[in-house]
Design a protein around this ligand. Structure first.
Ligand code: SF4
Length: 337
């Protein structure tokens, strides 16, 4: 997996749809589209700034719109502008994101010939009712067929899903995660819904037709989905939209939080501590938990939320740090009634 990306955003250009939640201008924070000279300028600068050793771990990424749906002339301009910067002692290849119904053999041949290494598919849900309700314009079957084809062609496959879409339920979201795992992606992204101004989802929200899950439910569910992917050896390279002033300005509801992933990871540690305590055959009133030092803030939770949670149910938690232990967390002492 490439560790780094040099990203270019191509907001909404060429995308044949307008999904219920999509406001590409807000998500990418720009309306100008990059052209040859922009790409050459950025990549030349990046070549000087990034060590040779790190370049082999760096992909040139075209995000934002649906890359394979943009007009061919512009697509070739983007692909060809990047070519001089790919190869030995240069960058690893190109990463693109697109829609499941914009993949076929013809386009995969073009991408293969032009140094594309990773294809990310915006799947969002594996439930056709949810896909239709959110005006996605593709089906669950499109996701399955395009994922298989991408893997057959030897590209790295990334799958993206959303949590809490209109007409979805926690059960449907969990089922989506399980179905995506069966497609054996190399990586995943999880996006809890962020409701933007000037979207049809925003209108449904304002009218009361769309009622999102509670924030706590979204965190708990996203944590469960994160854990499912990780248990199956699939790295989750992103959880939640990136922190951006534009998103914060246009966001009118949903689950935006600048540290969403950390909230989910803290939730998983809370569950883990609960499991450790439940395994003790006594009523625990105090537990000493040993953690690897770099995990301390996640185990404690934001604003000590995990400590508070256990205090509220009558258990005092004491955290100690151990930089030699193999496990993330260990129960090393208790007081019981
Ligand atoms: S396919 Fe992607 S770019 Fe196109 S409208 Fe939907 S979310 Fe936006």
């Amino acid at each position: 997996m490439a560790k780094n990306n040099i990203s270019f955003f191509i907001p909404h250009v060429g995308c044949p749809h307008k999904c219920s939640f999509c406001n590409q201008h807000s998500i990418t924070g720009q309306t100008d589209i990059p052209h040859k000279h922009d790409i050459e300028k950025t990549l030349s600068k990046a070549m000087q700034e990034i060590d040779v050793a790190d370049r082999a771990d760096t992909e040139i990424a075209f995000f934002g719109g649906s890359f394979t749906a943009i007009n061919r002339e512009y697509m070739y301009e983007l692909l060809s502008s990047a070519q001089p910067f790919i190869g030995k002692e240069k960058f690893k290849g190109i990463r693109i994101s697109t829609r499941p119904d914009c993949i076929d053999e013809d386009i995969l041949n073009i991408l293969k010939e032009n140094s594309v290494t990773t294809i990310e598919l915006g799947c969002q849900s594996m439930n056709d009712i949810v896909l239709t309700a959110n005006e996605r314009g593709h089906t669950r079957r499109d996701i399955i067929c395009s994922s298989k084809l991408i893997k057959e062609y030897g590209f790295r496959l990334g799958l993206q899903m959303m949590v809490g879409l209109y007409k979805s339920t926690p059960e449907i979201d969990l089922h989506t995660a399980k179905e995506l795992i069966r497609l054996e992606p190399d990586e995943a992204r999880i996006y809890p819904v962020v409701i933007m101004e000037n979207t049809s989802l925003g209108d449904l929200y304002k009218s009361g037709e769309y009622v999102p899950y509670s924030f706590d439910c979204a965190v708990e569910l996203s944590a469960q989905i994160l854990s499912l992917f990780e248990q199956n050896g699939i790295p989750v390279i992103k959880l939640g939209l990136h922190a951006s002033e534009v998103v914060e300005k246009d966001c009118i509801g949903g689950f935006y939080h600048p540290a969403f992933r950390e909230l989910c990871e803290s939730e998983l540690y809370k569950k883990e501590i609960s499991r450790l305590i439940e395994d003790v055959d006594k009523k625990v009133i105090k537990a000493v938990i040993s953690v690897r030092p770099k995990l301390t803030s996640k185990v404690i939770g934001q604003k000590k939320s995990n400590i508070e949670y256990f205090r509220d149910i009558g258990i005092e938690i004491k955290i100690v740090q151990d930089n030699k232990q193999k496990e993330s967390i260990r129960l090393i002492g208790i007081e019981a009634e």
